[in-house]
Write a protein that binds this ligand. Structure first.
Ligand code: GTP
Ligand code: MG
Length: 331
């Protein structure tokens, strides 16, 4: 039997390539105004799609002379405890000389860890300012694309002091930048600022990025036809099957929901939907939607990250993106 070959390219479907709303633009303007007030930026990204959920517009929020930035990857629970992909992510960050954490933002352990980092930055700030604490408290702006878990993390950090930020599974739950939210009972003067998720305008986005963001829930899922979303998911899953092996059982263990237990891998979405159909009259759309909703472990949603190490450099990617953004913003 011939070896299975995945698709290496995804067709360019005609889909909307952005979901950038007025309240997001307003949030960006508000960040500009708040710049003199905050000291640390927590930038949240989704661990499943670290490139697509890295927002170049948020680079402008950080003024390196006055602010520190800490990158936090949420949805850590979507990956097993160890994975070569996570090791590569650590290498890429070392290349960028950028600190990062990976957390499940719903958990108290995560928030305790981040709190320790915030206190460390607070202390550092105090040392730089001759031992003086900022008079209005140490303020931390919590930013990121929609639905990455900003409000969830703020609630976890508040712990027993109670939830203050509204959360939800659809993108765009937080609509305006919050007032300062105090954390901790001991009056150590740390305040968080919850913000609306900020996406990318069309000139900074493209179809594949939109698809990755849709699968992460960072844009409204209803914007893209479920059939196209499911086809993109199949494309990504097949790219992540172990190469040079027919061992589908191993592949299934890796991607817990590869469709059709022990059946041949396929690039044909029709075949997959037929395998998953529960009764003959169930429509393609409803099967696709059900499949998209299934939890899955260890699936990377940015295809660039699946390239061999020698073909991908994170620092190069970041530089190119910045260059492209500068050019696009000038137009
Ligand atoms: N599995 C998992 N789910 C998470 C994690 N963090 C947040 N969530 C879920 O992701 C969804 C979005 O969380 P929110 O906190 O509302 O996200 P947000 O970034 O504030 O979203 P906007 O306000 O729309 O920008 C919720 O259903 C959370 O329960 C995580 O680390 N792991
Ligand atoms: Mg929110």
């Amino acid at each position: 039997m011939p070896k299975f070959i995945p698709r290496f390219d995804f067709p360019r479907y005609n889909i909307p390539i952005a979901d950038f709303k007025g309240h997001q633009l307003k949030a960006l303007r508000r960040f500009e105004k708040l710049k003199p007030q905050f000291h640390l930026v927590l930038e949240l990204r989704d661990l499943r799609a670290p490139l697509s959920t890295r927002n170049v517009l948020l680079d402008q929020v950080v003024d390196k002379r006055h602010h520190e930035r800490l990158v936090i990857y949420t949805k850590r629970d979507c990956f097993p405890s160890s994975s070569p992909y996570l090791d590569r992510l650590a290498q890429w960050h070392a290349e960028l000389e950028e600190n990062f954490l990976m957390v499940d933002s719903r958990h108290r352990n995560a928030s305790n860890h981040i709190l320790r980092c915030i206190h460390w930055h607070h202390e550092l700030h105090r040392e730089k300012n001759y031992g003086l604490a900022p008079p209005l408290g140490f303020k931390v702006l919590v930013t990121g694309m929609p639905n990455v878990g900003k409000s969830t993390l703020i609630n976890s950090m508040r712990g027993s002091s109670g939830k203050v930020a509204r959360t939800g599974s659809e993108a765009g739950v937080t609509r305006s930048t919050s007032e300062s939210i105090k954390i901790g009972q001991d009056g150590n003067g740390v305040y968080l600022i919850d913000t609306p998720g900020v996406g990318l305008p069309a000139r900074l986005s493209d179809a594949n990025r939109m698809l990755a963001l849709t699968l992460c829930g960072c844009v409204k899922r209803s914007l893209v036809d479920p059939w196209i979303q499911a086809d993109y998911l199949l494309y990504l899953m097949n790219l992540q099957l172990p190469y040079g092996t027919d061992n589908i059982k191993e592949a299934e263990r890796k991607l817990s929901t590869y469709p059709g237990a022990l059946e041949e891998p396929t690039n044909d979405l029709e075949v997959v939907l037929n395998r998953l159909r529960r009764h003959p009259r169930e429509s393609d759309t409803s099967v696709a939607l059900r499949w998209l909703e299934e939890p899955r472990s260890g699936l990377v949603l940015d295809p660039e990250l699946l390239l061999p190490c020698a073909d991908f450099s994170m620092s190069q990617h970041v530089k190119q993106e910045l260059k492209h953004a500068r050019k696009a913003m000038r137009k």
